[in-house]
Design a protein around this ligand. Structure first.
Ligand SMILES: Cc1cc2nc3c(=O)[nH]c(=O)nc-3n(C[C@H](O)[C@H](O)[C@H](O)COP(=O)(O)OP(=O)(O)OC[C@H]3O[C@@H](n4cnc5c(N)ncnc54)[C@H](O)[C@@H]3O)c2cc1C
Length: 382
Protein backbone atom coordinates (compact mmCIF):
# COMPACT_ATOMS: atom_id res chain seq x y z
CA UNK A 1 0.00 0.00 0.00
CA UNK A 2 1.26 3.51 -0.84
CA UNK A 3 2.29 5.54 2.20
CA UNK A 4 1.22 8.80 0.60
CA UNK A 5 -1.82 9.74 -1.52
CA UNK A 6 -3.53 12.82 -2.92
CA UNK A 7 -6.85 11.37 -1.73
CA UNK A 8 -7.95 8.46 0.44
CA UNK A 9 -11.46 7.15 -0.22
CA UNK A 10 -12.94 5.37 2.79
CA UNK A 11 -15.34 2.58 1.77
CA UNK A 12 -15.47 0.26 -1.21
CA UNK A 13 -19.22 0.11 -1.75
CA UNK A 14 -20.98 1.42 -4.87
CA UNK A 15 -20.40 5.05 -3.81
CA UNK A 16 -16.67 4.60 -3.10
CA UNK A 17 -15.99 2.90 -6.44
CA UNK A 18 -18.03 5.47 -8.40
CA UNK A 19 -16.14 8.33 -6.73
CA UNK A 20 -12.82 6.54 -7.39
CA UNK A 21 -13.65 6.06 -11.07
CA UNK A 22 -14.82 9.60 -11.82
CA UNK A 23 -12.00 11.19 -9.81
CA UNK A 24 -9.40 9.08 -11.63
CA UNK A 25 -11.05 10.01 -14.94
CA UNK A 26 -10.40 13.66 -14.04
CA UNK A 27 -6.69 12.68 -13.61
CA UNK A 28 -6.80 13.79 -9.99
CA UNK A 29 -3.53 12.12 -8.87
CA UNK A 30 -2.73 9.26 -6.49
CA UNK A 31 -5.91 7.78 -5.06
CA UNK A 32 -6.12 4.97 -2.50
CA UNK A 33 -9.46 3.33 -1.67
CA UNK A 34 -9.70 1.63 1.74
CA UNK A 35 -12.15 -1.22 2.29
CA UNK A 36 -12.16 -2.95 5.66
CA UNK A 37 -13.64 -6.20 4.29
CA UNK A 38 -11.68 -8.67 2.12
CA UNK A 39 -13.91 -7.90 -0.89
CA UNK A 40 -15.76 -4.85 -2.15
CA UNK A 41 -19.50 -4.24 -1.91
CA UNK A 42 -20.43 -6.39 1.08
CA UNK A 43 -22.10 -3.52 2.97
CA UNK A 44 -25.40 -1.83 2.07
CA UNK A 45 -24.59 -2.29 -1.62
CA UNK A 46 -25.00 -6.05 -1.35
CA UNK A 47 -28.47 -5.62 0.20
CA UNK A 48 -30.01 -3.25 -2.36
CA UNK A 49 -33.14 -4.16 -4.27
CA UNK A 50 -31.67 -2.75 -7.48
CA UNK A 51 -34.31 -0.07 -8.04
CA UNK A 52 -33.40 2.95 -10.18
CA UNK A 53 -35.95 5.75 -10.44
CA UNK A 54 -36.22 9.47 -10.98
CA UNK A 55 -39.69 9.91 -9.47
CA UNK A 56 -38.80 11.92 -6.36
CA UNK A 57 -40.32 14.98 -4.71
CA UNK A 58 -37.14 17.06 -4.37
CA UNK A 59 -35.41 18.80 -7.25
CA UNK A 60 -31.90 17.54 -6.40
CA UNK A 61 -33.01 13.91 -6.15
CA UNK A 62 -34.82 14.10 -9.50
CA UNK A 63 -31.75 15.67 -11.11
CA UNK A 64 -29.35 13.20 -9.46
CA UNK A 65 -31.48 10.33 -10.82
CA UNK A 66 -31.83 11.78 -14.31
CA UNK A 67 -28.06 12.24 -14.57
CA UNK A 68 -27.49 8.76 -13.10
CA UNK A 69 -29.92 7.13 -15.55
CA UNK A 70 -28.01 8.75 -18.42
CA UNK A 71 -24.71 7.45 -16.99
CA UNK A 72 -26.16 3.96 -16.37
CA UNK A 73 -27.24 3.84 -20.04
CA UNK A 74 -23.74 4.82 -21.25
CA UNK A 75 -21.92 2.73 -18.61
CA UNK A 76 -20.22 0.36 -21.05
CA UNK A 77 -18.92 3.24 -23.16
CA UNK A 78 -17.46 4.91 -20.03
CA UNK A 79 -16.02 1.89 -18.21
CA UNK A 80 -15.76 -0.87 -20.84
CA UNK A 81 -17.81 -3.15 -18.56
CA UNK A 82 -21.10 -4.93 -19.28
CA UNK A 83 -23.85 -4.05 -16.79
CA UNK A 84 -27.55 -4.05 -17.54
CA UNK A 85 -29.84 -1.14 -16.70
CA UNK A 86 -33.16 -2.86 -17.38
CA UNK A 87 -35.61 -0.03 -18.07
CA UNK A 88 -38.79 -1.88 -17.11
CA UNK A 89 -40.30 1.24 -15.50
CA UNK A 90 -41.39 2.19 -11.99
CA UNK A 91 -44.99 2.52 -10.86
CA UNK A 92 -46.45 4.15 -7.73
CA UNK A 93 -50.01 3.06 -6.87
CA UNK A 94 -52.12 5.83 -5.30
CA UNK A 95 -55.14 5.02 -3.13
CA UNK A 96 -56.53 8.28 -1.73
CA UNK A 97 -56.98 11.90 -2.71
CA UNK A 98 -54.04 13.11 -0.60
CA UNK A 99 -51.66 10.67 -2.32
CA UNK A 100 -53.00 11.66 -5.76
CA UNK A 101 -52.59 15.37 -4.96
CA UNK A 102 -49.07 14.96 -3.61
CA UNK A 103 -47.83 12.76 -6.49
CA UNK A 104 -49.51 15.02 -9.08
CA UNK A 105 -47.51 17.94 -7.64
CA UNK A 106 -44.32 15.84 -7.83
CA UNK A 107 -45.09 14.89 -11.45
CA UNK A 108 -45.40 18.59 -12.34
CA UNK A 109 -41.93 19.22 -10.89
CA UNK A 110 -40.50 16.08 -12.56
CA UNK A 111 -41.95 17.10 -15.96
CA UNK A 112 -40.62 20.66 -15.56
CA UNK A 113 -37.14 19.10 -15.22
CA UNK A 114 -37.64 17.05 -18.39
CA UNK A 115 -38.74 13.67 -17.01
CA UNK A 116 -41.26 11.69 -19.05
CA UNK A 117 -43.81 10.54 -16.41
CA UNK A 118 -47.38 9.41 -16.95
CA UNK A 119 -50.35 9.48 -14.63
CA UNK A 120 -52.33 6.29 -15.28
CA UNK A 121 -56.02 5.61 -14.70
CA UNK A 122 -56.79 2.30 -12.96
CA UNK A 123 -57.78 0.59 -16.23
CA UNK A 124 -54.38 1.50 -17.75
CA UNK A 125 -52.35 -0.17 -14.98
CA UNK A 126 -52.84 -3.80 -16.00
CA UNK A 127 -51.04 -3.40 -19.34
CA UNK A 128 -47.80 -2.73 -17.40
CA UNK A 129 -48.37 -4.61 -14.15
CA UNK A 130 -50.95 -7.38 -14.51
CA UNK A 131 -52.00 -9.30 -11.38
CA UNK A 132 -51.69 -6.21 -9.17
CA UNK A 133 -54.87 -5.71 -7.15
CA UNK A 134 -56.70 -2.54 -8.18
CA UNK A 135 -58.82 -2.43 -5.04
CA UNK A 136 -59.03 1.21 -3.85
CA UNK A 137 -56.50 2.32 -6.50
CA UNK A 138 -57.42 5.78 -7.82
CA UNK A 139 -54.41 6.33 -10.10
CA UNK A 140 -50.74 5.49 -10.58
CA UNK A 141 -47.66 7.32 -11.74
CA UNK A 142 -45.39 5.51 -14.20
CA UNK A 143 -42.00 6.38 -15.68
CA UNK A 144 -40.90 4.01 -18.41
CA UNK A 145 -37.25 5.17 -18.21
CA UNK A 146 -36.85 4.00 -14.60
CA UNK A 147 -35.99 0.38 -13.89
CA UNK A 148 -33.61 -2.08 -12.33
CA UNK A 149 -29.91 -2.91 -12.21
CA UNK A 150 -27.62 -5.32 -10.44
CA UNK A 151 -25.48 -3.24 -8.01
CA UNK A 152 -22.63 -5.77 -8.22
CA UNK A 153 -22.34 -5.55 -12.00
CA UNK A 154 -21.97 -1.77 -11.75
CA UNK A 155 -19.67 -1.94 -8.71
CA UNK A 156 -17.36 -4.37 -10.45
CA UNK A 157 -17.32 -2.24 -13.65
CA UNK A 158 -16.43 0.93 -11.75
CA UNK A 159 -13.82 -0.90 -9.66
CA UNK A 160 -12.02 -2.44 -12.65
CA UNK A 161 -12.08 0.82 -14.63
CA UNK A 162 -10.84 2.84 -11.61
CA UNK A 163 -7.96 0.43 -11.09
CA UNK A 164 -7.01 0.61 -14.79
CA UNK A 165 -6.83 4.38 -14.29
CA UNK A 166 -4.38 3.91 -11.40
CA UNK A 167 -6.53 3.83 -8.26
CA UNK A 168 -5.04 1.57 -5.60
CA UNK A 169 -7.52 -0.65 -3.78
CA UNK A 170 -6.48 -1.61 -0.26
CA UNK A 171 -8.92 -4.30 0.82
CA UNK A 172 -8.97 -5.79 4.34
CA UNK A 173 -7.73 -2.34 5.35
CA UNK A 174 -9.70 -0.46 7.97
CA UNK A 175 -9.45 3.24 8.63
CA UNK A 176 -8.83 3.44 12.37
CA UNK A 177 -8.00 7.10 12.89
CA UNK A 178 -7.26 10.44 11.25
CA UNK A 179 -4.37 12.71 12.24
CA UNK A 180 -4.57 16.46 11.95
CA UNK A 181 -2.23 19.41 12.27
CA UNK A 182 -4.47 22.05 13.80
CA UNK A 183 -7.58 21.97 11.69
CA UNK A 184 -6.00 20.26 8.70
CA UNK A 185 -5.99 16.52 7.87
CA UNK A 186 -2.44 15.22 7.37
CA UNK A 187 -2.55 11.41 7.74
CA UNK A 188 -4.88 8.45 8.01
CA UNK A 189 -4.20 5.49 10.27
CA UNK A 190 -5.12 1.97 9.18
CA UNK A 191 -4.55 -1.56 10.47
CA UNK A 192 -1.82 -1.80 7.77
CA UNK A 193 -0.01 1.44 8.54
CA UNK A 194 -0.37 5.18 7.96
CA UNK A 195 -0.89 7.07 4.71
CA UNK A 196 -0.05 10.75 4.52
CA UNK A 197 -2.83 12.60 2.68
CA UNK A 198 -4.50 16.01 2.72
CA UNK A 199 -7.90 14.61 1.63
CA UNK A 200 -10.24 11.97 3.06
CA UNK A 201 -13.41 11.18 1.09
CA UNK A 202 -16.00 9.62 3.35
CA UNK A 203 -17.93 6.93 1.42
CA UNK A 204 -18.52 4.65 4.41
CA UNK A 205 -22.29 4.23 3.89
CA UNK A 206 -24.11 3.30 7.13
CA UNK A 207 -20.79 3.72 9.04
CA UNK A 208 -20.31 7.28 7.72
CA UNK A 209 -20.84 9.03 11.04
CA UNK A 210 -18.07 6.92 12.65
CA UNK A 211 -15.59 8.29 10.10
CA UNK A 212 -16.73 11.87 10.73
CA UNK A 213 -16.40 11.31 14.48
CA UNK A 214 -12.67 10.58 13.94
CA UNK A 215 -12.20 14.31 13.29
CA UNK A 216 -14.69 15.33 15.97
CA UNK A 217 -17.47 16.08 13.49
CA UNK A 218 -21.10 15.12 13.92
CA UNK A 219 -22.70 13.70 10.79
CA UNK A 220 -26.45 13.12 10.69
CA UNK A 221 -26.48 9.65 9.11
CA UNK A 222 -28.39 6.96 10.99
CA UNK A 223 -28.08 3.22 10.17
CA UNK A 224 -31.60 1.74 10.01
CA UNK A 225 -32.45 -1.90 9.28
CA UNK A 226 -34.58 -2.81 6.27
CA UNK A 227 -35.65 -6.29 5.13
CA UNK A 228 -36.30 -8.03 1.83
CA UNK A 229 -37.88 -11.36 0.87
CA UNK A 230 -37.58 -13.13 -2.49
CA UNK A 231 -39.90 -15.83 -3.77
CA UNK A 232 -39.26 -18.97 -5.76
CA UNK A 233 -40.36 -19.34 -9.38
CA UNK A 234 -43.84 -17.98 -10.19
CA UNK A 235 -45.71 -19.16 -13.25
CA UNK A 236 -47.68 -15.95 -13.82
CA UNK A 237 -44.99 -13.23 -13.86
CA UNK A 238 -44.32 -11.81 -17.33
CA UNK A 239 -40.75 -10.92 -18.41
CA UNK A 240 -41.18 -7.13 -18.26
CA UNK A 241 -42.77 -6.48 -14.93
CA UNK A 242 -41.92 -3.02 -13.52
CA UNK A 243 -41.01 -2.03 -9.98
CA UNK A 244 -44.40 -1.48 -8.29
CA UNK A 245 -44.77 0.52 -5.08
CA UNK A 246 -47.99 0.55 -3.06
CA UNK A 247 -47.67 4.00 -1.52
CA UNK A 248 -50.27 3.37 1.19
CA UNK A 249 -48.78 0.13 2.54
CA UNK A 250 -45.17 0.97 1.64
CA UNK A 251 -44.69 -2.42 -0.02
CA UNK A 252 -42.51 -2.53 -3.14
CA UNK A 253 -41.93 -5.44 -5.49
CA UNK A 254 -40.27 -6.33 -8.76
CA UNK A 255 -39.43 -9.36 -10.81
CA UNK A 256 -36.32 -11.11 -9.51
CA UNK A 257 -34.98 -14.07 -11.43
CA UNK A 258 -38.12 -16.18 -12.10
CA UNK A 259 -39.98 -14.94 -9.00
CA UNK A 260 -40.51 -11.66 -7.14
CA UNK A 261 -38.52 -9.50 -4.75
CA UNK A 262 -40.65 -7.99 -1.97
CA UNK A 263 -39.58 -5.19 0.35
CA UNK A 264 -41.04 -2.82 2.89
CA UNK A 265 -39.70 -0.12 5.18
CA UNK A 266 -40.81 -0.54 8.78
CA UNK A 267 -40.73 3.11 9.88
CA UNK A 268 -40.81 2.04 13.55
CA UNK A 269 -37.32 0.47 13.41
CA UNK A 270 -34.84 2.41 15.54
CA UNK A 271 -31.28 3.38 14.65
CA UNK A 272 -28.76 0.51 15.11
CA UNK A 273 -26.16 -1.56 13.25
CA UNK A 274 -28.23 -4.74 13.77
CA UNK A 275 -28.77 -6.70 10.55
CA UNK A 276 -30.32 -9.84 11.99
CA UNK A 277 -33.53 -11.00 10.29
CA UNK A 278 -36.68 -10.31 12.31
CA UNK A 279 -39.32 -12.99 11.46
CA UNK A 280 -42.18 -10.62 12.38
CA UNK A 281 -40.85 -8.11 9.84
CA UNK A 282 -40.85 -10.89 7.21
CA UNK A 283 -44.47 -11.78 8.09
CA UNK A 284 -45.62 -8.19 7.57
CA UNK A 285 -43.88 -8.09 4.17
CA UNK A 286 -45.67 -11.29 3.12
CA UNK A 287 -49.08 -10.06 4.36
CA UNK A 288 -48.74 -6.76 2.51
CA UNK A 289 -47.53 -8.57 -0.62
CA UNK A 290 -50.58 -10.87 -0.60
CA UNK A 291 -52.88 -7.83 -0.38
CA UNK A 292 -51.12 -6.31 -3.37
CA UNK A 293 -50.93 -9.49 -5.46
CA UNK A 294 -53.32 -12.21 -4.30
CA UNK A 295 -51.73 -14.66 -6.77
CA UNK A 296 -48.64 -14.68 -4.53
CA UNK A 297 -50.58 -17.26 -2.54
CA UNK A 298 -48.68 -19.84 -4.62
CA UNK A 299 -45.29 -18.28 -3.73
CA UNK A 300 -42.63 -19.90 -1.60
CA UNK A 301 -39.99 -17.87 0.22
CA UNK A 302 -36.66 -18.43 -1.54
CA UNK A 303 -34.43 -16.05 0.38
CA UNK A 304 -34.52 -13.13 2.80
CA UNK A 305 -32.04 -10.67 4.18
CA UNK A 306 -31.67 -7.51 6.24
CA UNK A 307 -29.43 -4.54 5.52
CA UNK A 308 -28.90 -0.95 6.58
CA UNK A 309 -30.31 2.23 5.07
CA UNK A 310 -28.04 5.23 5.73
CA UNK A 311 -30.74 7.71 6.62
CA UNK A 312 -30.54 11.48 7.03
CA UNK A 313 -33.22 13.61 8.74
CA UNK A 314 -34.54 14.95 5.41
CA UNK A 315 -33.98 11.72 3.41
CA UNK A 316 -31.57 13.46 1.04
CA UNK A 317 -27.88 12.65 0.63
CA UNK A 318 -25.05 14.63 2.19
CA UNK A 319 -22.49 15.60 -0.45
CA UNK A 320 -19.95 18.28 0.39
CA UNK A 321 -16.99 19.49 2.44
CA UNK A 322 -17.01 18.92 6.19
CA UNK A 323 -17.19 22.48 7.53
CA UNK A 324 -15.36 21.83 10.82
CA UNK A 325 -12.03 20.59 9.34
CA UNK A 326 -9.91 21.10 6.26
CA UNK A 327 -9.64 18.04 4.01
CA UNK A 328 -12.75 15.88 4.51
CA UNK A 329 -15.44 15.45 1.84
CA UNK A 330 -18.63 13.45 2.52
CA UNK A 331 -20.55 11.41 -0.08
CA UNK A 332 -23.01 9.74 2.28
CA UNK A 333 -26.56 9.54 3.62
CA UNK A 334 -28.38 8.41 0.49
CA UNK A 335 -31.31 7.24 2.62
CA UNK A 336 -31.90 4.04 0.68
CA UNK A 337 -31.15 5.46 -2.80
CA UNK A 338 -27.37 5.21 -3.00
CA UNK A 339 -27.20 2.62 -5.75
CA UNK A 340 -29.42 4.61 -8.11
CA UNK A 341 -27.57 7.87 -7.30
CA UNK A 342 -24.04 6.46 -7.42
CA UNK A 343 -23.11 7.58 -10.97
CA UNK A 344 -24.23 11.18 -10.36
CA UNK A 345 -22.72 11.23 -6.87
CA UNK A 346 -19.35 10.04 -8.20
CA UNK A 347 -19.38 12.36 -11.16
CA UNK A 348 -20.48 15.50 -9.28
CA UNK A 349 -18.04 14.80 -6.43
CA UNK A 350 -15.16 14.54 -8.90
CA UNK A 351 -16.16 17.88 -10.43
CA UNK A 352 -16.31 19.66 -7.08
CA UNK A 353 -13.02 18.19 -5.80
CA UNK A 354 -11.18 19.15 -8.99
CA UNK A 355 -12.56 22.69 -8.78
CA UNK A 356 -15.01 22.47 -11.71
CA UNK A 357 -18.59 23.71 -11.70
CA UNK A 358 -20.77 20.69 -10.82
CA UNK A 359 -23.22 19.51 -13.52
CA UNK A 360 -25.99 19.71 -10.89
CA UNK A 361 -26.32 22.36 -8.22
CA UNK A 362 -26.11 20.26 -5.07
CA UNK A 363 -25.31 23.08 -2.66
CA UNK A 364 -28.49 22.24 -0.71
CA UNK A 365 -27.04 18.78 0.07
CA UNK A 366 -24.21 20.25 2.15
CA UNK A 367 -23.51 18.80 5.62
CA UNK A 368 -24.20 22.14 7.31
CA UNK A 369 -27.82 22.38 6.10
CA UNK A 370 -29.15 20.72 9.27
CA UNK A 371 -27.74 23.44 11.50
CA UNK A 372 -29.89 25.93 9.60
CA UNK A 373 -33.04 23.77 9.95
CA UNK A 374 -34.38 21.27 7.42
CA UNK A 375 -35.79 23.00 4.37
CA UNK A 376 -36.69 20.52 1.65
CA UNK A 377 -37.55 17.05 2.89
CA UNK A 378 -37.73 14.23 0.34
CA UNK A 379 -41.24 12.84 0.80
CA UNK A 380 -41.21 10.02 -1.75
CA UNK A 381 -39.15 7.54 0.27
CA UNK A 382 -39.81 3.84 0.73
C1 LIG B 1 -32.81 -3.57 2.00
C2 LIG B 1 -32.23 -2.47 1.18
C3 LIG B 1 -32.75 -2.19 -0.08
C4 LIG B 1 -32.21 -1.16 -0.84
N1 LIG B 1 -32.70 -0.95 -2.11
C5 LIG B 1 -32.16 0.02 -2.86
C6 LIG B 1 -32.64 0.24 -4.19
O1 LIG B 1 -33.54 -0.45 -4.68
N2 LIG B 1 -32.06 1.23 -4.93
C7 LIG B 1 -31.05 2.02 -4.42
O2 LIG B 1 -30.59 2.91 -5.11
N3 LIG B 1 -30.58 1.82 -3.18
C8 LIG B 1 -31.13 0.85 -2.39
N4 LIG B 1 -30.66 0.66 -1.14
C9 LIG B 1 -29.65 1.58 -0.60
C10 LIG B 1 -28.28 1.27 -1.13
O3 LIG B 1 -27.99 -0.09 -0.90
C11 LIG B 1 -27.26 2.18 -0.42
O4 LIG B 1 -27.70 3.52 -0.48
C12 LIG B 1 -25.90 2.10 -1.11
O5 LIG B 1 -25.51 0.76 -1.26
C13 LIG B 1 -24.88 2.85 -0.29
O6 LIG B 1 -23.62 2.57 -0.84
P1 LIG B 1 -22.32 2.95 -0.04
O7 LIG B 1 -21.18 2.63 -0.92
O8 LIG B 1 -22.46 4.34 0.47
O9 LIG B 1 -22.38 2.02 1.27
P2 LIG B 1 -21.83 0.54 1.48
O10 LIG B 1 -22.18 -0.35 0.37
O11 LIG B 1 -22.25 0.12 2.86
O12 LIG B 1 -20.28 0.75 1.43
C14 LIG B 1 -19.57 1.35 2.49
C15 LIG B 1 -18.30 0.55 2.68
O13 LIG B 1 -17.48 1.19 3.64
C16 LIG B 1 -16.75 0.21 4.33
N5 LIG B 1 -16.26 0.80 5.55
C17 LIG B 1 -16.97 1.27 6.60
N6 LIG B 1 -16.16 1.74 7.56
C18 LIG B 1 -14.89 1.56 7.11
C19 LIG B 1 -13.61 1.84 7.67
N7 LIG B 1 -13.46 2.38 8.89
N8 LIG B 1 -12.50 1.53 6.93
C20 LIG B 1 -12.63 0.96 5.70
N9 LIG B 1 -13.83 0.66 5.14
C21 LIG B 1 -14.94 0.97 5.83
C22 LIG B 1 -17.80 -0.89 4.55
O14 LIG B 1 -17.21 -2.14 4.79
C23 LIG B 1 -18.58 -0.85 3.23
O15 LIG B 1 -18.11 -1.81 2.29
C24 LIG B 1 -31.15 -0.38 -0.34
C25 LIG B 1 -30.60 -0.66 0.92
C26 LIG B 1 -31.13 -1.70 1.67
C27 LIG B 1 -30.53 -2.00 3.02
Amino acid sequence: MRNSADAVIVGGGIIGVAVAFYLALQKFGNIVMLEKEPILGTGATSKAAGGIRAQFSSKENIQMSMLSEKLFVSFKEATGAEALFDQVGYMFLLKDDAEVASFTKDVELQRSLGLDVQILKPDEIGQYAPHVSLENVLAATFCKDDGLGDPHEFLSGYDQAARRLGVELAHSTELTGIKMAGNKITNVKTNHGDISTPLVINCAGPQAKLIAAMVGAELKVAPIRRQIVTTGELSFIKPYFPMVVDVRSGLYCHKESKGMLLGWADKAVEESFDISIDPDYTDVILEKALDLMPQLEEAEVANQWAGLYETTPDHRAIIGWEPSVEGMFHVVGFSGHGFMHSPAAGSVTSEIITGKAPSIDISSLSPERFAAGIEAKETNVI
